[in-house]
Design a protein around this ligand. Structure first.
Ligand SMILES: Cc1ncc(COP(=O)(O)O)c(C=O)c1O
Length: 497
């Protein structure tokens, strides 16, 4: 049940007068399914507070005048006025509504149902099953009064495209439900998301601590750029909770980890990580891109912020860039305001693609998990493979934490080819017929690459080895193709001479 409140004011001069009322954020409520009778029932739930008592019986609510656009419901209330009431009403009144909202129960649905339905209006403009792409850079007001109402009542409507758009809002609501978070803010890329969050949360003199396997561009942003604004970055060995705690001082504002990490697939003991943050009153952030909310729910472990490159599994089709930060409404409120200034927003078209990608999120993740596990097991058993990094394998150093925190282990696998130099390793990649060669992960198409060539070609070998990037390392982002086809393809590539 959700309580929605709305104020009406106005001069009622005639025998009957129609009021257009904006009931905003009526999650899951839809007008067309509501017959006049139901709307009358709905109106009967209204408690009217006027200067003098006023019966609700006199209200007729016409379903054919109830319009829903996304989450805004406009209902035309016709008030037959008995002359003696007109003086009462001329002072205006406020109308309180109680109604059932489906959004609160969305958190109880299964992940697959949430992926398909959560965050969306049940009945959409034009009665379409899909959300229309709303291509507006600005949004208009009926009158000056409606601007004032919007500002005073903090109505949830659009104003200007840099602050958000209806397509983005649908996806934000869906992602918040999937992540088990109060709120989610979308950005135009994963990097735009972390930059937006850190720019909001850190000030000159503050310090931030990263585990050293966190996505390298996020560390680079802090080391090279936030440093220019007086923010100090510390990097400690991934998973070394003692080192992280020792690096904390009175200026520390945030602890950051990825889980699992890329490309070593190290899984963090979230319980210990969160406990450090809580002990010192410091906020925690997890880059959960590789896990996805299908496999891991950092907020349920007590993490403050969850960060995703939605470009990866969430989009799922290698056709969009987006990023998201999930967390509590209170913590994210200033972050959203800053996004409105930074302008790292998503186009409605991009959000349509992301919403569409998310419809099959659960199905895709199930398949990525399945393929990932089977292919990792195949690779581990192959004589040409020296070592496999996959958290679903017992041989992985963080298998225990993976089992403790994750439902499945996603589709990213890293492995070392036995006795191979970088060219022999590259030859295996070039022989693969199904996975395409390229960076990124999380799409339906499998991708394969050699991190030394793709991401670290400019680094001297000593530095690469310090990062654990070896010349004979291959990273495969397993897609959703048939498992046996992928295994046979890898077998022929490994065994070709
Ligand atoms: C784990 C991880 N986090 C964050 C990012 C950044 O996301 P984006 O490329 O969408 O900016 C990436 C990109 O590769 C990533 O792999």
């Amino acid at each position: 049940m959700g309580n929605r409140q709305c104020s009406l004011g106005g001069n009622l001069g005639g025998v009957s007068l129609g009021f257009l009322v904006d009931f905003l954020r009526l999650d899951g409520f839809f007008a067309r399914g509501y017959t006049t009778k139901k709307l009358q029932g709905f109106a009967a739930d209204c408690s009217l507070t006027a200067k003098k008592p006023f019966a609700t019986d006199g209200i007729a609510v016409f379903s054919d005048r109830a319009v829903v656009s996304d989450r805004s419901l406009r209902i035309c209330l016709e008030l037959p006025l008995i002359p003696c009431f007109s003086s009462v009403l001329s002072f205006g009144f406020s109308l309180k509504l109680s109604m059932t909202s489906s959004s609160n129960s969305e958190s109880e649905l299964g992940f697959g149902t949430q992926s398909v339905h959560a965050g969306e209006a049940r009945q959409k403009p034009n009665d379409a099953i899909t959300d229309s792409i709303c291509c507006a850079s600005t949004y208009t007001f009926e009158s000056t009064q409606s601007i004032l109402d919007y500002l005073k009542e903090n109505h949830d409507r659009e104003e200007y495209g840099r602050y958000g758009n209806p397509n983005e809002k649908v996806v934000e609501r869906k992602l918040a439900v999937l992540e088990g978070a109060e709120d989610a803010i979308l950005y135009s890329s994963g990097m735009a998301a972390i930059v937006g969050l850190l720019m909001c949360k850190l000030s000159a003199g503050d310090e931030i601590i990263f585990f050293d396997q966190c996505y390298h561009r996020s560390r680079e942003f802090c080391v090279k750029h936030l440093s220019r604004f007086g923010v100090v970055t510390h990097q400690v060995k991934t998973g070394d909770m003692g080192a992280m705690e020792s690096a904390i001082n009175s200026k520390t504002k945030m602890l950051v980890s990825e889980s699992p990490t890329n490309p070593h697939l190290t899984v963090i003991d979230l319980e210990a990580f969160v406990a450090i943050g809580k002990r010192h009153g410091i906020e925690t952030l997890i880059d959960s891109t590789l896990a996805t909310p299908y496999n891991l729910k950092p907020i349920a472990w007590g993490v403050d912020y969850v960060w995703h490159s939605a470009t990866k599994y969430m989009g799922g089709h290698n056709d969009l860039l987006a990023g998201v930060i999930c967390g509590s409404k209170q913590k994210l409120e200033p972050v959203r305001k800053l996004r409105g200034i930074l302008g790292s927003i998503n186009s409605p078209h991009n959000m349509y693609l992301l919403e569409r990608g998310l419809k099959t999120f659960a199905l895709r993740m199930e398949r990525h998990n399945h393929n990932g596990q089977r292919i990792a097991e195949f690779l581990e058993s192959h004589p040409r493979v020296q070592r496999v990094y996959y958290p679903g394998l017992k041989s992985h150093p963080s298998h225990a934490f993976a089992k403790k925190t994750m439902k499945g282990f996603s589709g990213l696998i890293t492995f070392l080819v036995k006795d191979a130099d970088w060219k022999q390793t590259a030859a295996i990649i070039d022989k693969c017929k199904i996975p395409r060669i390229g960076p990124s992960l999380g799409g339906v198409e499998s991708l394969i690459e050699q991190p030394m060539v793709m991401s670290y070609f400019d680094y001297p070998i000593e530095q690469r080895e310090q990062f654990g990037i070896y010349d004979n390392m291959i990273r495969m982002a397993v897609g959703i193709e048939d498992t046996d086809d992928l295994i046979e393809d890898l077998r022929q590539a490994l065994e070709a001479r």
